[in-house]
Design a protein around this ligand. Structure first.
Ligand SMILES: [Cu+2]
Length: 748
């Protein structure tokens, strides 16, 4: 259905369930149910949209015959509130239906077996991903998962931003199915269960207070599971150190969706709705970026919220597949700029002092998928009738506007009447007094002040855009972001069998030009690609080959060299990091040097031969040796040094000054915007964030062993990208001197 047909600001913002963590296990069941995502009058006879969510057992028991959950206002949630220092045991149960019986058609018709995905029916072999040709119409690989068998839906629960042992990370291979018969290679449950439809994770909650979240992370199917609704928030509170007296907290989970004419979730796969979403026949159900035309906050399309003329703390979370938001408040009637957004916290905790984003000065909050920001807004003085700076009276309604282009930052503009709108705040009367923390007060601090928790430990100096004083870097990595493009072609559509003109476009998207498994294609046999591990990479227990093996306690600089045309939100599991700076580079000149560095080899599908030397080889890994590359002694990663200096002492590729972190992102981050044509430099220490920056690596460690299970991953948080290869497993080498106080078998 057309987004413009959906009435806006008629339903209030849903409240998310709050679940305080205590001594008891919190059980959450992944379950299908009906939720009023749209206003009741959006569609004739509308009784709700089929979604998936994490429900409490009592909610499952209360489900009505038509699928609704009385009292549950949203598919998002719950918000688990844990306390630092007190572990929380979670039991996640998969009670999803099967791929054939689910009412979430967006899932049922959109799984793509040609992606490297969980593939439960084939023990995770994912052989369709190894085919050298687009799948033949009618073949299993050309079908979606629910078409051929009444297949159980795999699900995995990742604690995003969580400082947890690898067994509890809930990464892509930790999925399990509702019938308990199928598991990913990294499945773990505290009780040792192997034939269960649940996983028990006991999170340590040792990290600094932070607004983290949990969401699905199933290999190659995350975009669908999250789209169907599997996301909740997890707040680690630290009463002794968190800023005192913050205004009332309101989580705002911002997402985009599309709906069919029945008000059900619609996904951009194959040629759904008569539009060819697949750009290449190789991946018949995969579209590089899902961007919806309806903005949904806390599981409700374009909601409004009644607020008093006082301060609120909003926890913004971009839970979208691919959409970026640039947000500011504006009066939709008088066009006056609204109240400023005072950012007080980032992904990994609170800032030292608020960062003011004033819409009158063009200030906007930029948020890519996976990022969180805690923001204070003071509606005092913004009631209806007051005269605004442009001389016109305020309407009393404040539109949270979005202006981000998609793909970000240089794609199409938003529609000012639909995707340019997020939600509406309706300002009512002022309370007698607002005694909550006031970010506008001169010199206001959140940490580091009298009676407050300690100031942020700085790995980066946000004023200078350099490493912070006293920080010693043990290793620098230079890692590229790459897009592998398919050419326009007329080919048989594997789904419909019809001859189809494909526009071409991204075939897969990679970090450091390396596929998920760390192997490169060397040839074709019997229609299947032959693979070889990338030399120098280390085998893990699941058959993947690892290149990022940081040592616990060490500090690394990662220089992310974005060779693609779009921005990507790069996310590391386990460790929060800090942005050092961003710097432009001559993409054309560097791209030429990068291509020239490839030694030849691999397999060129156009010629059936190895590529000659000096041309880019998709998915080959970096052009040179990952470690000990003589052409780049400064940074490992196997790429020509983007920071190399010419004979005249000037950088050959880098352009302009390195820009420090924006004030609002100058804290702990686990997801960072990496712009096209820029090097994004982050400092990551593989240790808890609150250790002094000068701590020697041997003295820096987690309370748990970060080595084990099958490690962690790092990836792009555009979920459609991470589902198609833009993700790599990594393993942390343990600090031999560490003393562990959170031990597998005892504590988790
Ligand atoms: Cu991406």
């Amino acid at each position: 259905m057309a987004a413009s047909a959906i009435p806006q600001f008629v339903d209030p913002l849903p409240n998310l369930d709050i679940v305080p963590a205590g001594a008891n296990t919190i059980e959450l069941r992944m379950k299908e149910f009906k939720s009023m995502v749209l206003p009741a009058n959006a569609v004739p006879g509308y009784t709700g949209t089929w979604v998936w969510g994490y429900l409490q057992p009592g909610q499952v028991a209360a489900q009505t015959a038509d699928g609704a959950i009385p009292g549950r206002e949203s598919f998002i949630g719950p918000v688990v509130v844990a306390t630092r220092g007190i572990p929380t045991e979670m039991k996640f149960v998969n009670q999803l239906p099967t791929a054939m019986t689910t009412n979430v058609l967006a899932y049922r018709y959109s799984t793509d077996q040609t992606l490297h995905w969980a593939d439960p029916l084939n023990a995770g072999m994912s052989m369709c991903a190894h085919m050298a040709m687009p799948p033949a119409p009618g073949s299993e690989c050309a079908s979606n998962y629910g078409e051929t068998f009444d297949a159980p839906i795999p699900a995995a629960v990742h604690l995003h931003g969580g400082e947890v042992p690898p067994q509890l990370d809930g990464g892509p291979d930790s999925w399990f199915t509702s019938d308990g018969t199928m598991k990913g290679a990294s499945f773990y449950s505290r009780d040792g269960a192997t034939a269960s439809n649940y996983a028990i994770y006991r999170y340590p909650n040792t990290q600094e207070g932070a607004p983290i979240w949990f969401h699905d992370h199933t290999l190659g199917a995350t975009r669908l599971n999250v789209y169907a609704g599997l996301a909740g928030a997890y707040v680690v509170s630290d009463p002794a150190r968190d800023p005192a007296n913050l205004p009332e907290l309101v989580p705002l989970v911002v997402q985009d969706r599309m709906f069919d004419s029945n008000g059900q979730l619609f996904f951009t796969a194959a040629s759904a709705g008569g539009v060819l979403w697949a750009l290449n026949p190789e991946h018949p159900y995969w579209n590089p970026e899902f961007v919806g035309d309806v903005i949904v906050v806390n599981g409700k399309s374009w909601p409004y919220k009644n607020v008093q003329a006082k301060r609120y703390t909003f926890l913004f979370l971009n839970g979208s597949n691919a959409r970026t938001y640039e947000m500011a408040l504006v009066d939709p009637v008088s066009k006056n700029p609204g109240p400023p957004l005072y950012v007080i916290g980032t992904d990994g905790g609170f800032l030292d002092r608020p960062a003011k984003l004033d819409p009158a000065l063009g200030g906007k909050l930029l948020m890519m998928p996976g990022e969180r920001y805690q923001v204070i807004v003071d509606f005092a003085g913004y009631q209806a009738g007051k005269i605004g700076p442009n001389g016109l009276p305020y309407s009393g309604n404040w539109l949270l506007r979005n202006t981000a282009k998609t793909p970000y930052p240089a794609g199409g503009t938003v529609n000012g009447n639909t995707t340019g709108r997020v939600m509406l705040f309706k300002v009512g009367a002022a309370p007698a007094a607002d005694t909550s923390f006031n970010p506008a007060q001169a010199g206001a601090t959140l940490r580091g002040g009298a009676g407050q928790g300690p100031a942020l430990v700085r790995l980066a100096n946000p004023a200078a855009g350099t490493l912070a004083a006293g920080v010693t870097v043990q290793k620098t990595r230079q890692l590229t972001l790459n897009e592998v493009m398919g050419m326009p072609q007329t080919a048989v559509d594997p789904v419909t069998g019809a001859l189809t003109a494909y526009p071409g476009g991204p075939l897969e998207i990679l970090v450091n030009n390396t596929k998920w498994n760390g192997k490169r294609i060397t040839g074709v046999m019997n229609g299947m690609y032959q693979f070889q591990p990338i030399p120098g990479f280390s085998a893990d227990a699941t058959g993947n080959f690892i290149s990022e093996m940081p040592k616990e306690g060490e500090t690394e600089v990662w220089e992310i060299v974005n060779l693609t045309a779009d921005a990507h939100p790069i996310h590391l599991h386990l460790a929060q990091f800090q942005l050092i700076n961003r710097q432009g580079f001559d993409a054309k000149a560097y791209g030429a040097a990068y291509a020239a560095a490839f030694p030849g080899g691999g397999y060129d599908p156009m010629t059936g031969l190895p590529y000659p030397a000096g041309v880019y080889i998709p998915g080959f890994g970096p052009p040179q040796s990952y470690d000990g590359n003589p052409a780049n002694a400064r940074a490992v990663g196997g790429n020509p040094d983007v920071a190399v200096v010419g004979k005249n002492g000037k950088p050959i590729y880098l352009q302009g000054p390195a820009a420090p972190a924006l004030p609002q992102e100058a804290g702990w981050k686990d997801t960072i915007v990496a712009y096209p044509g820029q090097v994004t430099r982050i400092a990551v220490r593989w240790a808890p964030t609150d250790l002094p920056a000068t701590t020697a690596p041997a003295a820096a460690s987690f309370g748990f062993d970060p080595n084990g299970g099958n490690g962690y991953v790092w990836h792009c948080h555009i979920i459609d990208h991470e589902d198609n290869e833009m993700m790599r497993p990594n393993q942390v080498q343990p600090n031999a001197a560490a003393v562990r106080n959170y031990v597998m078998g005892t504590d988790y």
